[in-house]
Design a protein around this ligand. Sequence first.
Ligand SMILES: NC(=O)c1ccc[n+]([C@@H]2O[C@H](COP(=O)([O-])OP(=O)(O)OC[C@H]3O[C@@H](n4cnc5c(N)ncnc54)[C@H](O)[C@@H]3O)[C@@H](O)[C@H]2O)c1
Ligand SMILES: [Zn+2]
Ligand SMILES: [Zn+2]
Length: 361
Amino acid sequence: MAQQVRGVIARAKGEPVRIETIVVPDPGPGEAVVKVQACGVCHTDLHYREGGINDEFPFLLGHEAAGVVEAVGDGVTEVAPGDFVILNWRAVCGQCRACLRGRPQYCFDTHNAKQKMTLLDGTELSPALGIGAFAEKTLVAAGQCTKVDPEASPAAAGLLGCGVMAGLGAAINTGNVGRGDSVAVIGCGGVGAAAVTGAHLAGAGKIIAIDIDDKKLATAKKLGATHTVNSRSTDPVEAVRELTGGFGADVVIEAVGRPETYKQAFYARDLAGTVVLVGVPTPEMQLELPLLDVFGRGGALKSSWYGDCLPSRDFPMLIDLYRQGRLDLDTFVTETIALEDVEKAFERMHHGDVLRSVVIF
Ligand SMILES: NC(=O)c1ccc[n+]([C@@H]2O[C@H](COP(=O)([O-])OP(=O)(O)OC[C@H]3O[C@@H](n4cnc5c(N)ncnc54)[C@H](O)[C@@H]3O)[C@@H](O)[C@H]2O)c1
Ligand SMILES: [Zn+2]
Ligand SMILES: [Zn+2]
């Protein structure tokens, strides 16, 4: 029987979110209902609320979550009721041209639950990134559930479901940071701080954290940054060059999502180095660069969706590293909050007070 639970809804562009009753159908074939235990507040939720992703309101926000599978539909074999899972927003299809070439992390046909969750009056909801986990329960495709060690704290584990995985993967997978590389990270919120952590885990020699907020820089230092630059007062391109023998960093990760910070990343990179764009721009943003510089400076300009992760490969491995004390996820959980406090958490995000506010159920 369909269930009624509380969820955080964004009704219209820029309007404060509010809690409403939502209807969660029983899982159909290939689907699962998950009892959410923890869900982090990601900047992408705010992008949805502000109409920056698309205008398919009303949105059921929340997508950085861990919980326990409550029920599964017909044909589901990968997870069972009672499993502790992290929700992922890229359930791979196994059949598209990327999957068939053995590159499922680039799957071009990822999927979500087929049935819709609704408001009480039947209005269909658009779940953020096909998840919608600021809700006591949510309906997802079974492939969006990745089973991990149930000993991990849900608040920390859930963060791998989006921002922290995006940042770790931007460094490890997309940027392919290796031992001894120099790395700069522009924007050290949840995603950028995770990129710092990923660079540290991968053995980078120099890790330069750049932000306009000293609190974020202090946390980045704790997570492995060797140098910090406040780009409000210091030109970040000059600073990175100075710290790298005048050349620039091997890998520069942009975790803000703005043309001006992308340009900084482009010019703070050594010749033949790699720029990774993990910050998400909004539709009106345009980038202008001299094409001769794009050509002449060589190297790679890459985008990173979800850190090019493969949830089935990366989530259990990263949770194991966390359990061994080699990956600090707890530092990312600045505060735990109630479902009612998501709007306040958006405000705190604007003020730069938190790495992650995590809703605990
Ligand atoms: N590619 C992906 O798969 C993926 C996944 C999750 C989030 N994101 C995106 O990553 C970006 C960061 O997300 P977040 O959750 O870390 O956000 P956040 O708000 O926690 O962090 C943004 C950080 O950027 C800093 N910043 C802002 N303007 C700056 C500037 N001009 N120069 C330097 N630093 C600046 C802020 O002080 C803050 O610390 C967002 O655009 C988000 O949508 C991408
Ligand atoms: Zn595919
Ligand atoms: Zn996110």
